[in-house]
Design a protein around this ligand. Structure first.
Ligand SMILES: Nc1nc2c(c(=O)[nH]1)N[C@H]1C(S)=C(S)[C@@H](COP(=O)(O)OP(=O)(O)OC[C@H]3O[C@@H](n4cnc5c(=O)[nH]c(N)nc54)[C@H](O)[C@@H]3O)O[C@H]1N2
Ligand SMILES: Nc1nc2c(c(=O)[nH]1)N[C@H]1C(S)=C(S)[C@@H](COP(=O)(O)OP(=O)(O)OC[C@H]3O[C@@H](n4cnc5c(=O)[nH]c(N)nc54)[C@H](O)[C@@H]3O)O[C@H]1N2
Ligand code: SF4
Ligand SMILES: [Mo]
Length: 917
């Protein structure tokens, strides 16, 4: 074979310098040497191959997940070279639960896969920053950690001195959904008694209907427990976009024979794969749920055994005042929380076991056969079971009548009700969008009723309320000293609404009379009930603030009536506003001090929230960039300064209700007397001291990248090793009472507000939308596939998968009427203002409705004017009810949601002069 070595080649040509090499015609193809054995032969310029090889070389592999609230929680191998993350790859080694269920591998989404690029983008914060101009002017001075923490510490002490505790809002948002990061902010709040709003209602994520029914809205399925369902209704959820790593179980269940039905106003990315798409009108879901109940009852498809044991449907109600018959009605000094069944075996009223007032904590009926129908007489009272009242209400909503609300064909609704009733295991999935509507209570409650009537609970299905919460006693110890020292936990919707002065926007936008017709109350009723709830101590609200420490919370992006909300907060937090963040987001932008936090791959951490049983371990694959620090370490430094300065300034312990806020020891308390000084210390402590992790060392956990939770992780019942987790099996299998007033799944609420508002039993109820305003287009803003809220929204890879700028989805028919073409810039406007976006044609959305994905940063909009500025909102007063069994403020369980989708808009083609700055 003819062959010339590189050296000989150059020599032969009499050429040496590169310049000459490139300029000559030596590159003529016919002069290139043929290469024989590419693996072994040496040939000219072989070095280029190393470029390619180096792309696949690394120094080490660490592990991490992403700690924002995507609900995914996926473990990744993180590849590091020269101290830089070069790429990530899914771990994909999660063991199968058993051999009947598909495994969880690989988990991940496209945002996770590009984080190694996003973490080095221009919006990362490198150093502690102090504002050098007005708030929001975007003029910054780089300062040292020492200066930053000292100045902040002094200002916090000033606020304590001047106003006492309770004037500091220390809310931590959705960017810190991992244990160590989350604990850092929470532990700090607990020590200073800061205001921390309910993490669910503050954004509108609490399924209040599920709480009312089951007494626990957080008890749900692991995603592998969807697989053996034979009927899944995607009620208000778009899992293919918002539960990307788990959605496969739905489609595997379909492959396994399940019927998948989706209800949504638009044919969303999940609906396109369903067996049936039910194009429901926006905001009308309670009418569908109650119509399914109507069919189930009318066609006698219900299952009495389940109803008798698991629900309050046989509990007796007085017909004179429609209140439940209580022991206190019958016996002198009797309990208000003990109720009665009518026993068909003995033909007598008997006390119900398992209620809040009962000492016998079981659902077991033993010899009692409670009546679910009929009317009875007892001790001078005429009584009837709850089911009679449910029947009467449901009879008002045959599918033929609710068609006017939902737009759904009545026969279709009848068929689906029958299918749910026939199913062995039926699941209704309600995503968090449910609670963005004022009728969430009725949607969750109505579906819970349809499911309970048809015997779906425990292993036979039930309501999926999105994500399972595991039991982590050590986490509570970290976050709030096991409940011994608490932050000022506040009702989320109320805190944001009142402090953000959102009533002003509501009054401008909604027509009070029309609102009352649409939702059953007006803004006056709402304000009055809110005040009553606060006055009676049902819901906590802590009033005006003086300072604000905002952690991992894009509050100046996510809130409604946003501009006024921000103005109010900046005005109130006049003394201090600190933002702790990885990015200079729309909220950090307005701070006095910005402290740079480590990103997902730069800190030790743990994460278990999601739909599975794996705790992912973050092993700090690379050190934090520049001077950024893990959230935990930032709080260690800040408390150190506060302690030092408090001692220097002679500030003693401060009495704060039942607890003492002692700034002299705040650092010692925060660090457990120096034991938990770093993100690593606290991660190790958690791993090695938590029963739900079993016997595992931090080294073993870090090597693998995840820990499989053991049976102790179950909150309601054990997390059995080789079984998917179904909610409420402790109730169905071992007859443990529900955490509700009656101890049963609840379908009767005789709270005075519920009675007054015609809501003692599940019923149909609408939302505000265009009907309650002068703007004709219904509007909703769901979550985007190409970001998690504002995270990764400006990443170049994500932007090129979509239009690359804020866009609204519009029906071509509406567009035609308004003279709008695909790609045009349009103006959306209502009583609270306007914003601009690119029109994107979307034929599956009704012509009277528009949709726009949320999460764009305000600065990505024309004139930096985001949609949330003009979005008016109000609260559902019933969600503020208290003093009734399981209704009363409970963190992540019961309080009022911020509502995102009650407003409406009109649309027009933007005029050139509108969009030129
Ligand atoms: N990719 C991605 N995933 C995410 C997030 C993200 O930002 N991006 N955010 C996470 C968080 S915090 C949350 S809260 C969840 C939210 O995720 P989801 O619970 O899925 O809620 P949305 O995306 O707001 O809305 C889901 C779908 O509901 C339908 N819908 C709208 N109005 C109605 C209605 O009135 N009735 C019915 N039946 N359907 C309706 C629409 O088709 C919409 O696409 O997603 C989580 N997952
Ligand atoms: N119109 C409309 N508004 C909505 C919604 C809607 O559907 N429509 N949805 C609502 C819902 S459900 C939600 S959950 C909210 C979410 O709304 P946002 O509060 O906007 O949520 P994120 O974008 O996740 O903001 C968290 C911030 O944490 C920061 N961060 C990330 N990692 C870390 C870290 O490790 N440490 C620190 N200190 N910071 C970090 C990020 O920079 C990010 O800006 O929006 C709500 N607002
Ligand atoms: S962003 Fe969330 S869903 Fe996506 S890969 Fe990361 S942890 Fe998983
Ligand atoms: Mo959310």
């Amino acid at each position: 074979m003819w062959k010339l070595k590189r050296r000989d080649f150059l020599k032969g040509m009499g050429l040496t310098g590169t310049g000459v090499l490139l300029s000559g015609n030596v590159w003529a193809l016919n002069r290139l040497e043929p290469i024989g054995d590419t693996l072994n032969d040496e040939y000219p310029y072989r070095g280029w191959e190393d470029l390619y090889r180096n792309e696949w070389a690394w120094d080490k592999i660490g592990h991490a997940a992403h700690c924002i609230n995507c609900m995914g929680n996926c473990g990744w191998d993180v590849y590091v070279k020269d101290g830089i993350v070069i790429r990530e790859e899914q771990i994909a080694k999660y063991p199968s639960v058993n051999d009947k269920v598909p495994d969880a591998n690989p988990r991940g989404c496209q945002k996770g896969a590009i984080h190694s690029t996003a973490m080095y983008e221009a919006d990362r914060i490198h150093y502690p920053l102090k504002r050098a101009g007005e708030r929001g002017a975007d003029k910054w001075q780089r300062i040292s950690w020492d200066q930053a923490t000292e100045e902040i510490a002094d200002k916090i002490i000033d606020i304590f001195e001047k106003y006492g505790p309770g004037k500091l809002k220390t809310h931590q948002g959705s960017g810190n959904q991992s244990m160590m990061r989350q604990s850092a902010g929470n532990r700090f709040s607990s020590l200073v008694g800061g205001i921390q709003l309910d993490g669910f209602t503050v954004v509108g994520d609490l399924n209040t209907g599920a709480h009312l029914a089951y007494g626990n809205p957080l008890e749900s399925f692991t995603s592998d427990a969807w697989f053996d369902a034979d009927y899944i209704l995607l009620g208000m959820i778009n899992p293919n976009a918002t539960r990307i790593p788990d959605a496969h179980y739905i489609w595997e269940a379909q492959h396994n024979g399940a019927r998948i039905v989706s209800t949504a106003p638009d044919m969303n990315p999940s609906a396109i794969h369903a067996d049936l798409w039910m194009p429901i009108k926006k905001g009308t879901d309670p009418y569908l749920a109650i119509s399914m109940v109507n069919v189930i009852i009318e066609e006698k498809l219900y299952k009495p055994d389940f109803m008798k044991e698991q629900t309050d449907l046989p509990i007796l109600v007085r017909t004179d005042n429609q209140k439940m018959l209580r022991e206190s009605d019958v016996e002198e000094g009797g309990s208000e929380e003990v109720f009665y069944h009518w026993d068909l075996n003995t033909n007598k009223a008997v006390k119900v076991k398992g209620s809040m007032g009962s000492t016998d904590k079981t659902l077991r009926l033993d010899d009692v056969d409670p009546a679910i129908e009929g009317e009875f007489h007892f001790e001078g009272f005429t009584v009837a079971p709850v089911f009679e009242f449910v029947k009467k209400e449901a009879a008002k909503f045959p599918p033929e009548d609710t068609e006017a609300h939902t737009g759904l064909n009545a026969d279709m609704v009848r068929r689906e009700a029958r299918r749910m009733a026939e199913a062995r295991k039926a699941i209704v999935m309600l995503g968090y969008i449910t609670s963005f509507y004022s009728n969430c209570l009725f949607t969750g409650w109505g579906y819970a009723l349809a499911l309970a009537l048809t015997g779906h609970g425990g292993r036979t299905g039930g309501l999926d309320t999105s994500w399972v919460v595991w039991n982590h006693p050590r986490w509570n110890e970290l976050a709030n000293f096991g409940g011994k020292k608490l932050p000022r936990y506040e009702a989320g919707g109320i805190g944001e609404f009142k402090r953000g002065n959102m009533i002003v926007g509501a009054r401008k936008h909604f027509d009070n009379a029309k609102l009352k017709e649409a939702v059953g109350f007006d803004l006056d009723d709402m304000e009055e009930m809110m005040q009553e709830s606060i006055d009676k101590g049902w819901m906590p609200y802590y009033g005006e603030i003086k300072g604000m420490i905002s952690v991992a919370d894009n509050t100046f992006r996510r809130n409604k009536y946003l501009e006024e909300y921000r103005r109010q907060h900046l005005e109130q937090a006049s003394e201090l506003y600190v933002n702790i963040n990885t990015r200079l987001d729309s909220t950090a932008q307005w701070a006095d001090y910005v402290l740079p936090a480590a990103s997902h791959y730069e800190a030790w951490d743990l994460r278990t929230q999601g739909f599975h049983r794996y705790c992912n371990v973050f092993t700090r694959p690379v050190p934090p960039i520049f001077e950024s620090k893990p959230d935990w370490d930032i709080m260690v430094m800040l408390t150190k300064k506060i302690q030092e300065r408090a001692i220097e300034r002679g500030i003693g312990p401060i009495e704060d209700g039942d607890v003492t806020r002692d700034l002299h020891t705040i650092h010692d308390d925060f660090t457990m007397d120096g034991k938990l000084m770093t993100d690593y210390d606290v991660t190790k402590w958690m791993v090695e001291n938590s029963p739900e992790y079993g016997d595992v060392t931090i080294e073993e956990a870090a090597e693998k990248g995840f820990i499989v939770l053991n049976e102790k992780a179950g909150t309601n019942q054990p997390l059995v090793k080789d079984e998917p987790y179904n909610p409420f099996t402790a109730q169905t299998d071992t007859k443990k009472p529900y955490d509700t007033l009656t101890g049963r799944i609840t379908f009767y609420c005789d709270h005075p507000w519920f009675m007054k508002m015609g809501a003692a039993v599940p019923t149909g109820r609408g939302t505000a939308g265009p009907a309650a305003s002068n703007y004709p287009l219904a509007f909703y803003s769901p979550h985007t596939r190409w970001g998690i809220h504002s995270n990764w929204r400006s990443n170049k890879f994500m932007l090129r998968l979509q239009r690359g700028e804020p866009n609204i989805y519009i029906n071509p028919q509406l567009a035609k009427e308004r003279g709008i073409k695909d790609g045009d810039t349009v103006r959306l406007f209502n009583a609270n203002g306007d914003f601009f976006a690119q029109a994107k044609f979307y034929p599956s959305i009704p012509a009277d409705t528009i949709m726009m994905e949320h999460g764009w940063e305000p600065h990505q909009y024309i004139h930096k004017k985001p949609m949330n500025n003009s979005m008016a909102t109000f609260l559902q007063p019933l969600e503020m009810a208290g003093g009734w069994g399981h209704l009363g403020f409970k963190y992540a369980m019961w309080n009022a949601n911020q509502l995102a989708h009650e407003g409406s808009y009109d649309i027009e083609l933007a005029k050139p002069q509108d969009i030129i700055a």
